[in-house]
Design a protein around this ligand. Sequence first.
Ligand code: UDX
Length: 440
Amino acid sequence: MRMAVFGTGYLGATHAACMAELGHEVLGVDVDVKKIARLRAGEVPFYEPGLTELLQRNIENGRLAFTTSYEEAAEFGDVHFLGVGTPQRRGDYGADLKYVHAVIDTLAPLLTRPALIAGKSTVPVGTAAALADRVQQLAPAGADVELAWNPEFLREGFAIKDTLEPDRIVIGARPGGRAEGILRDIYASAVQAGTPFLVMDYATAELVKVSANAFLATKISFINAMAEVCEAVGGDVTLLADAIGYDNRIGRKFLNAGLGFGGGCLPKDIRAFMARAGELGADQALTFLREVDSINMRRRSRMVELATAASGGSLLGKNIAVLGAAFKPDSDDVRDSPALNVAGQMQLKGGNVSVYDPKAMDNARKVFPTLEYADAVTTACENADIVLVLTEWREFRDLDPDVLDGVVRNKVIADGRNCLNAPKWVQAGWRYRALGRSAS
Ligand code: UDX
């Protein structure tokens, strides 16, 4: 099938490469000339394991190309995926739909033959219905251009697997249309493998995405609230999570207590969801998400307090090694990164903060240019009064405490992700501190 994918950010670039991998002919489209030039040269503008190889392979075999021309894309594609960003609006909680609207308003007038527009971006409920009407007004092919909503659930770091082998495919479509059949063909390999293929109305499909993210955020904040209680009574939140996680109804996944969630999705999605519920007169239903957000943000200040206490009550003039800048491991994404937030706060309190991350250094420098950046764990830890692990990269989880012997000034480690083997560090003579657990 011939398709265009509009937006070549995380979602769009991954989707385009994966669709080509499935055997489709794909044209990636973006208004960013530099980004398109890099993609054409086989370069992925962000870090995602395996994506560069996938991109290059499909460019070479001729199934994947990139353009900035909407005319070329409209001519080329029978299906048009929409994968542009929906960031938080400046000054309020709602989602900014300007990129989505720009694609529709530019693309629809160019559609002169039957086509399907399949939206993948995370949008406030009600958006698809409004866009479908707009497409009808603008497209010369009129009712022959259909619109479907096909939300994307990919996680950064697992983006290829999540796209090629999703745990479900959700389609929001108008009844009686061709959208379902076309999308079944596009995702034929997953459908044949037994992936649930769920067809529903636009509003429910839009809600599936935001409610899934709201649930995940709630699960993380739940365990972090338990961490606060554990801290108050001297309990251990990691043991608690293991114990409740054995209950199949609860499950152990997404119960890792620590610095909480960040990134380009969960924080902005729960806020946009609250804003939209307010507009719809259903704000009471989601007031708990305000609490989910607050618990999450509190973990960052709690981490600073814990590190301050472990440094003798003040950070002034202290050398602080921060290991981790990305919002999670296997990603170079620093959007709303809890790790960088904590690093920044500690610097503002007078600490000399040195940051190291295996992949996110360039992005971190752009957001926090005043922090110091080291080129390796040991360089970041030179003469450190305290070492903080704020993103659970394997390199940090596997760190041998003895390697830092004689490098740091004080053997104090704060584990912001409950990811280290605590007894190993204690046996090596370190003071180990972690969120949601008593001091050892
Ligand atoms: C998320 C959703 O998982 C995905 O389905 C959606 O499409 C986009 O948003 P992503 O942002 O890539 O994906 O990250 P995810 O793996 O969900 O982690 C989100 C944040 O939660 C990270 O900051 C992570 O460190 C944190 N987290 C996750 C925890 O603090 N504890 C956990 O137990 C799990």
